[in-house]
Design a protein around this ligand. Sequence first.
Ligand SMILES: [Zn+2]
Length: 158
Amino acid sequence: MGDLPPGTYAELRRGRKPCPQCKAIIGAGRKRCPACDHGFGTASAEVEDEGPVRATVGSSRVVIPGTSSQGAGDLILLVPNGGAPADLTGDTIEAVRKWLRVVVERYTSTNELSRPALTVEALERWARPFHARESESQMRVKYVLRSLTQEEIVRWLT
Ligand SMILES: [Zn+2]
């Protein structure tokens, strides 16, 4: 126990997280690993500044059905420009489900000519600011969205 670097722990528990770079177990709130100086959240912050990113449909993407407009072809939206069309007020499956329905409704009601289809990635980015960075709630919402299958989304929307 005595040879652990300062700011690190011997076991993973609630309120702690492993560093992806050096595998040290550190406090969940840390922005930087005290053992190897790895910074958290910097990569995603860079992507967020790029603005809307559209891509063509790939097999690995979960696309929200019915969200593209006629002129969009097989374009999909990965990184949305601006905030979510609706506020997410919880972190339960039910909260995410309600939110997703309103988001899809509002997204599809815009008159954009080549509106790309929404993806789970885009929804994840929209959902992120509603909970504290790297909090359990944020992780839970991310997990709910990530584990959704195409069939479940169809069921959620009908
Ligand atoms: Zn580290």
